[in-house]
Structures are given as structure tokens and as C-alpha cells.
Design a protein around this ligand. Structure first.
Ligand code: RB5
Length: 152
């Protein structure tokens, strides 16, 4: 599985830790940066990872900024993205089972490296359940296409 990863200046160490874990566990990793601690803007890296996932260049994405909030909001502006901001494995598993999330976001300032490993492991090994959740995800995607759910 090929994983796109991206981060801002506050998450370089966490990104390097997660990249090492991914490679050690047999994943192919495409690093979209930043690799610098010089101040930058997280939407740039959110867009790079989001477009790699939506285009099919990568199978899943991992995004990290200080809190994970800005970078997840940014990624979710790209058509086709379902990015889940996760800080523990239960919601991470449910983001796959129920929401078919294709990108996971984390906060380098809010969780530690071992929790990040567990979140990424859970995200990449949990399948979408489909069924009633497929109907709901389709409604998310209708909103994503600019459609309304409020008219019959
Ligand atoms: C950058 O200072 C910080 O705002 C960013 O990493 C993130 O926490 C935003 O949501």
C-alpha cells in the first residue's frame, strides 16, 4: 500500500517518526513535506496529500500539523477527500468502518509518537463496513459535489 504523508513546520519530527514506522511495517511512503522547521502554511501540504489520494497516486494519506485541525479542514476542501482528525484508536477505527475515511490527520502537539503509530496502524488495517454506512457516505459525497440533501 502506498501512503502519502504531509505536515507543517510543527510536525517534522512526528512525520519522520511515522514515516519510519510505515517503512518498517512494509508500506511505501511518498513524502510531500515539509522537511523544514521554517514556518510554512499547512493548507499547501494538505492539498498535496489530498490530490495524491484522490487521483489514485496513493492509496491513503496521513497529515500532521500542530493540532491536526487546520490541515484536516484544508484537506476536506478537496473533492473526494474524507479526512478524519483522530487522537485515539477507537475513533480512528470508526472513521474507517463508518466513514470510509481516506486520510487521517493528527496533532503533533496533542498526541505522542506511540499513539500516532497506533492511530496510523488502526487507520491502515481497518476496512469500511459498507451497508447502511455506504448510504451515509454517499450523502457526504453528494454534499461534496455541491448537491443538497434537503430537496426530494
Ligand atoms: C501552526 O502554527 C499551527 O497553527 C498549525 O500547526 C495547526 O495547529 C493548525 O491547525
Amino acid at each position: 500500500m502506498r501512503i502519502a504523508i504531509g505536515n507543517d513546520h510543527g510536525a517534522v519530527d512526528m512525520k519522520n517518526h511515522v514515516m519510519g514506522w510505515l517503512k518498517d511495517n512494509g508500506y511505501e511512503v511518498v513524502n510531500f513535506g515539509t522537511d523544514s522547521t521554517e514556518s510554512t502554511d499547512y493548507p499547501i501540504y494538505a492539498e498535496k496529500v489530498a490530490r495524491a489520494v484522490v487521483s489514485g497516486e496513493c492509496d491513503k494519506g496521513v497529515l500532521i500539523c500542530g493540532t491536526g485541525i487546520g490541515i484536516s479542514i484544508s484537506a476536506n476542501k478537496i473533492h473526494g477527500v474524507r479526512c478524519a482528525l483522530c487522537s485515539e484508536p477507537v475513533s480512528t477505527a470508526l472513521s474507517r468502518q463508518h466513514n470510509d475515511a481516506n486520510i487521517v490527520a493528527m496533532g503533533a502537539r496533542t498526541i505522542g509518537p506511540v499513539m500516532a503509530e497506533e492511530i496510523v496502524r488502526t487507520f491502515l488495517t481497518t476496512e469500511f463496513e459498507g451497508g447502511r454506512h455506504a448510504r451515509r457516505v454517499e450523502k457526504i459525497m453528494r454534499l461534496d459535489r455541491g448537491e443538497t440533501l434537503l430537496e426530494s
